[in-house]
Design a protein around this ligand. Structure first.
Ligand code: SF4
Length: 289
């Protein structure tokens, strides 16, 4: 955590560990190349969010402003779901072995039996079905989101845990941001991080129970067509094995692992191959050509 200058583990980092842990680490150390797939993904998420959630005109000027905006829009998004049955881009906070855990859920919707369903939307540049390795890595993300939501709903991770862990008593939103939230009509008593944290955690705790069905949806970025949709079941045993595995890395008990030989095909599409990572780089020049 110190070496990667991180104060919280992102759920997307954990998903990255399941693709290639060494690659996830190198992304943090050397920066991430913003590929056209990543750009397309961001565009799609933005478009989907605007389609389901009312846009909130807030321009954060500091970390405290940013945190406020996340909690406020998250709470509003959940209220939207209660009315329309669907919301998108909901932040989620939690803890894993005492480490801060943070993520953003692509989509929450109310299912036919009134339980809330978590969906992760992934864009692809063609109609090819995702590989099993891709599905596995994306599924881990969903397992963690479900566990984090369960922890909030069961009271294992509360607003008070959040406030302690983020030191909210020392955070104050900027004057410019107060002007913006005043313009939105946010009540005076809701203008602190503590108050907005209470609002957000209460909204999650009181929404419908998050069900065991978790959904992965792959969409073609150009046509908007669904390529593949997988409805998977949350399994607490699988979640706890995943948590044990990933935490050995974050606690510094082991170095980051490269992909095993059976998955070295992933190296051919990795920006670090042959440069920062030579684990599977052919030793012999003839094999490289
Ligand atoms: S080159 Fe291969 S092993 Fe190395 S970081 Fe990339 S995917 Fe992982």
């Amino acid at each position: 955590m110190v070496r990667l200058h991180k104060s919280a583990i992102r759920v997307t980092d954990i998903s990255g560990q399941y693709w290639c842990e060494r690659q996830m680490e190198l992304h943090h150390l050397f920066g991430r190349k913003i590929t056209k797939e990543i750009k397309a993904g961001r565009k799609m998420h933005e478009a989907l969010e605007n389609e389901s959630n009312a846009p909130v005109a807030l321009e954060p000027r500091s970390y405290a402003d940013y945190l406020y905006k996340q909690l406020y829009t998250g709470g509003l998004g959940i209220a939207t779901m209660e009315k329309s049955g669907l919301t998108r881009e909901i932040p989620v906070y939690g803890s894993i072995n005492g480490y801060k855990l943070v993520g953003k859920i692509d989509q929450l919707n109310v299912g036919p039996n009134k339980e809330v369903i978590i969906t992760e939307n992934k864009v692809r540049t063609n109609d090819k079905s995702p590989s099993d390795a891709q599905i596995e890595s994306n599924k881990i993300q969903l397992l963690f989101y479900k566990k984090m939501m369960d922890d909030i709903q069961s009271g294992s991770y509360t607003s008070e845990n959040f406030k302690r862990s983020y030191g909210t008593n020392t955070l104050k939103v900027t004057e410019e941001f107060v002007r913006q939230i005043n313009a939105l009509g946010v009540r005076k008593e809701m203008q602190s991080i503590d108050a907005v944290a209470d609002f957000f955690f209460k909204s999650v705790a009181n929404m419908g129970k998050v069900g065991d069905d978790i959904v992965l949806k792959y969409v073609n970025q150009f046509t908007g067509e669904t390529i593949k949709m997988c409805t998977l079941k949350y399994d607490s045993g699988e979640m706890s094995r995943a948590s044990d595995y990933v935490m050995k890395y974050w606690r510094g008990e082991r170095e980051s692992l490269p992909v095993p030989e059976s998955e070295k095909w992933k190296c051919n599409i990795c920006m670090f191959f042959g440069k920062e990572c030579k684990v599977w780089w052919p030793q012999n020049e003839a094999d490289r050509n």
